[in-house]
Write a protein that binds this ligand. Structure first.
Ligand code: ADE
Length: 224
């Protein structure tokens, strides 16, 4: 998979992909991530990338020209399966969207800022608009990092234990059951004895029960 991220704040996206699972995925050649500074595509004297909005009103709007120049340059090299715009008025991100996106080959992700982007960018280029929740961030960069992390960890070979993404919370519309590790007793708090029993039929039944209980308590909406 190849992911091209367009931003006016490239430094915000340096560290999220340089550690742990994301770094390993890149090292293994399972994903290539390129950060593009939109400012480099500005033809203005001071490399401006935003402007006042027509009709008046507070807040600057990202201009279409530098974004179009960057996307056109990328599209001239290869075809993209989706051009995604991170925006609070997009479709709210769910595991099912990540599952679909991890099957794609090439993605562009555009990070918004200020009051947003010129609407014509959305009409001309964007194929998917994604929000990571009903709150407003200062820009789309952190949202893009969340999306990329959630998608890349699903690529085959990224996680050590091939089955572990399949047993994540949400993959079967259930939250994950509680997990424990050593010691068996900590300040009087014991690990449920069934998990120490070695009886895998019982252990699986316990985990299914606990997952269902936890989902009913915390996210009953997932069960409806
Ligand atoms: N940009 C600003 N807020 C956002 C959000 N909640 N999701 C995605 N992109 C955003």
């Amino acid at each position: 998979m190849r992911i091209d991220i367009l931003t006016i704040l490239p430094s915000l996206l340096e560290s999220p992909f340089n550690d742990s699972i994301m770094q390993r995925a890149k090292d293994k050649g399972l994903v290539e991530i390129y950060i593009h500074d939109i400012r480099k595509y500005s033809t203005k004297k001071h490399k401006n990338v935003d402007d006042y909005q027509y009709g008046g009103g507070a807040g600057m709007v990202l201009s279409i020209e530098p974004i179009a120049a960057c996307i056109d340059a990328l599209k001239a090299e290869r075809t993209y399966d989706e051009i995604i715009y991170m925006t609070p008025d997009g479709e709210v991100l769910e595991q099912s969207i990540c599952n679909q996106l991890c099957l794609k080959g090439n993605l562009i992700i555009l990070c918004g800022h200020y009051k947003g982007v010129d609407e014509r960018v959305r009409q001309m280029y964007i194929t998917k608009e994604i929000s990571i929740g009903s709150y407003v961030l200062s820009g789309g960069e952190l949202a893009a990092a969340v999306l990329v992390d959630a998608v890349v960890r699903l690529l085959p070979g990224v996680l050590n234990d091939e089955t572990s993404a399949l047993t994540d919370s949400f993959q079967d519309n259930l939250l994950s059951p509680p997990v424990y590790t050593r010691p068996p007793v900590f300040r009087g708090m014991e690990v449920p004895s069934v998990l120490l029993s070695g009886d895998f039929r019982k252990i699986n039944a316990f985990r299914e029960e606990e997952a269902l209980k936890r989902t009913k308590e915390r996210r009953p909406d997932l069960l409806s």
